[in-house]
Design a binder for this molecule. Structure first.
Ligand code: AMP
Length: 278
């Protein structure tokens, strides 16, 4: 695995591959890698000649400064996991490399960022769009891999890719879960034993909603979900929404395969999100 922290060197490495007609798959991450990230690397590996993974904890997408400070960083373990997964190039730039000066670009996401994460984390998706567009420009991949775990992020990246005519194919990847159902997340390591137990309730709610989607109304499903969350003292729900899988706007009727249930909650001080297709 070749490693670099500068855009110039990354492009030098990539040039040779591109000249010889090799396809490039790209997996952007913020590190603290787990099996969910590695599943993206593995998919990229199957579908491309060369796989690039970036590790960059992007400051412009953190609306909560404490979340940025406490974001887990495990560079040595990440390298080891990437090496084992057959990643070809690791790009881990410093903040100054990606933001030599303040990025004042403002993106328009239509209605997509007016709900859920966008509504609760002001500026978050603008920061995501800033870094993803910069990374796409640096790597110029044929395909880029994003997890459905961050469902709204995926919708927003597809949207800007279309809007800006970016020459990259966006590949959605399934959410990887722990054996008990909890969605894998870099933030899970910050949960203590009790919080980890209660965090399980997020996926339990989503599985319940999926199982009962045909029998109960959206109103009943939401009531039940909120009830299931309210009995856990360490969980503070931010939202539970049932939304159209394309527009992300809330719906009052479930269309199988075209509707998604999304949840965000603090478990202790750790903010977790998850979703399931209904
Ligand atoms: P992050 O490092 O959290 O920015 O995530 C990097 C990429 O990995 C994003 O496209 C995420 O959606 C994806 N990802 C995070 N967690 C999971 C998971 N449990 N399963 C699949 N993909 C994931």
């Amino acid at each position: 695995m070749q490693e670099t922290s500068t855009i110039a060197q990354l492009q030098e490495i990539l040039l040779n591959f591109k000249l010889s007609g090799k396809s490039i798959g790209f997996v952007p991450t913020m590190g603290a890698l787990h099996a969910g990230h590695i599943s993206l690397i593995e998919k990229a590996k199957v579908e491309n000649d060369i796989v690039v993974c970036s590790i960059f904890v992007n400051p412009t997408q953190f609306n909560d400064p404490n979340d940025l400070i406490k974001y887990p960083r495990t560079p040595e373990q990440d390298k080891h996991l990437l090496l084992n997964a057959g990643c070809d190039i690791l790009f881990s730039p410093a903040v100054d490399e990606m933001y030599p000066e303040k990025d004042s670009r403002m993106f328009d996401f239509g209605e997509l960022d007016k709900v859920m994460e966008g509504a609760h984390r002001p500026g978050h998706f603008n920061g995501v769009a800033q870094i993803v567009s910069k990374l796409f420009d640096a790597v110029k991949p044929d395909r880029a891999y994003f997890g459905k775990k961050d469902f709204q992020q995926l919708a927003i990246i597809k949207y800007i890719t279309r809007q800006l005519n970016l020459p990259v194919q966006i590949i959605p990847c399934e959410t990887m879960r722990e054996k008990d159902g909890l969605a894998m997340s870099s933030r899970n390591v910050r949960l203590n034993e009790q919080e980890r137990l209660q965090a399980l309730q997020l996926s339990k709610v989503l599985f319940f909603v999926k199982e009962n989607a045909a029998q109960l109304s959206v109103k009943e499903l939401k009531e039940k979900a909120n009830e299931m969350l309210s009995t856990f003292d360490l969980i503070k729900r931010e939202y539970f929404e049932i939304a159209d899988a394309d527009t992300l706007q809330t719906v009052d009727r479930i269309v199988p395969g075209k509707t998604v249930a999304c949840i965000a909650a603090f478990v202790g001080n750790v903010r977790l999100i998850d979703n399931i297709s209904l």
